[in-house]
Every structure is written in C-alpha cells, then in structure tokens.
Design a protein around this ligand. Sequence first.
Ligand SMILES: C[S@@+](CC[C@H](N)C(=O)[O-])C[C@H]1O[C@@H](n2cnc3c(N)ncnc32)[C@H](O)[C@@H]1O
Length: 288
Amino acid sequence: MRTFRTLPADRPDPDTLPDWCDVDVRSIPAVPEWCIETFTDPGDAVIDPFAGFGTTIAAADRLGRAGYGIERDPRRVAYVRERVDHPRRVVVGDAREGRSAFISDATGDQEEFISSDGSERKPHINADDDEEDHEGGDVDPPAFDLCCTAPPFMLDWMDTDPFEGYESAGSYGAYLADATAAFEAVADLLAPEGIAVVEVSNVRFGPGVSTLAWDLADAIDDAAGLRFRTEIVLGFEDGDIGFEDDASGDDGDRMVDAAGDDRTWGPETGRYGYGYDHCYCLVFDHVS
Ligand SMILES: C[S@@+](CC[C@H](N)C(=O)[O-])C[C@H]1O[C@@H](n2cnc3c(N)ncnc32)[C@H](O)[C@@H]1O
C-alpha cells in the first residue's frame, strides 16, 4: 500500500458551525472519505468514537456505509443528529466505555432539552430511519468493519484533560493511558478483520513540536486487540492548510494564519493549528 497520498484541502465552511462553538475541530472531509473508501465496502459499518461534528458519519452516509458515533458533548451530538441519515446511531457517551456507551446513552433524556442551537426541542428524526432508530433507548451496535476517528488532541505541555473536555486537571502521560483505554474499547467493537484508522498530527506551536502522532501510535499499539500496521501520510493539494510558517517570523511562539489571525493552539486562544501541510492516518489491525 502506498504510504503517501494527496487529497483535496477543502475545509468545511466555518459558517456552518453553530454559534455556541468557537473552536473548529472538524476534519477535512476528504480524510474520512479516503479512509472509508480505502478500507471498507458499501454496506459496511463504520464507527467514530470521537464523533465531534459528524464529519466521518456524514461521509459514511454519502458513501453508502452505516455510520455510528460516540461523542461526549451533547450539543455536538444534537448537531450531528440533525445532519445524518440515522440520528440514533450517534450517542452521547465516553469513548472509553465502548459498547456500553450505546446501551446507556444519556440522550434518551437529553434529546428532549438540547438541540444544536441550544434551544429546547426534540431532534429531527428522518422519515426514512430504520425501525431501530425510531425505537429510542438502546442501540445495538453491529460489529464494525472500520473505526475512523480523530481523537481530541493534547500537547505535551498542557495540563488539562482532553477526554474530559479540558475541564479538569490532566497530564500528557494520563492522556496517553486514556487513549490506550479508549482504543481497547474500540477493539471490542470491531469485527474480527476490522481496522482502526486514526487521523492525527504532530503539532507545532511556535518553536516547539509535540510529537502527538508518534506518541499516540505507541499508546494505541499498547491497546489489547490492536496492532500498529502502518502510517499513511496525507498531504493536502494546495500545499498548505492556511497557516504561515512562523519559524523565522517576529511572532515569537504565536502561529499566525494568512489572514493575520492568531492560530496558536493554547487554552488562552481556544484555537489550534497543526503547523503542517499534512496529517497522519495511523492504521491498526484488530488482533485477538
Ligand atoms: C478532534 S475532535 C473530532 C472532530 C471530528 N473528526 C469532526 O470532524 O468533527 C475530537 C472530539 O472528541 C470528543 N471527545 C473528547 N473526549 C471524549 C470522550 N472521552 N469520549 C467521546 N468523545 C470525546 C470531543 O468533544 C471532540 O468533539
């Protein structure tokens, strides 16, 4: 398999983010599309345990696969549910809980009160949903052919926990241990020949680099049931993703985009940037 690919760099339109959201963590849609087309066939089941705004699930819908997701933020789940073919396949939960997140999905209660714009109303359910989707309550997840996901990022200098919404204290070591646990839960959801593909980048912030991609490859390889197969570098067609290389600039440790906006990823800015024109897809095989 070729380990370098170039994909369209079309970013999602920032205007399609809801007002309450000030951080755009969405993947470039071409990345999950490429993963799904490469590693699955039509009709296969795909899970994103860190579903975010549903880029992977929407791509699965478009490509005729069955997309499922877990996401800890109820507002993001409400947003996704309004945009996918099978809303009940997306649940509020903790990826580290794996299968039980589908069983104990709290949205049975929350959907009465939360929608993606923060108003109080029930979610839109498509008329052509499966019976399973109309029933409410637990969703019995299938054995997944592919996990396609981008986990929450942490840099080695940060001290808050990404798996808890950056709201409690954390450390890089604890984050990597949690990543191992989350992907053990993923392995439990995969079919025997299933594959997990993890989109991640090493992250440059000013003069330093956090080797997140390589550290996560190691951490996930430690998960029972998953073995690292390869990394695939995905480059983007226009050669950049909107960030200037400030290594020799006058901006100290700030990252400034082409429009002059500060893209430094830090708690004080609430924004992030990879600082690179590529990402990694880490590929893991499900092993018994
Ligand atoms: C990098 S974003 C994924 C973005 C997604 N690929 C998209 O295009 O919208 C990571 C997501 O993981 C969610 N998350 C963080 N900790 C989690 C946890 N313990 N369980 C499930 N989701 C979690 C975050 O809320 C965030 O939406």
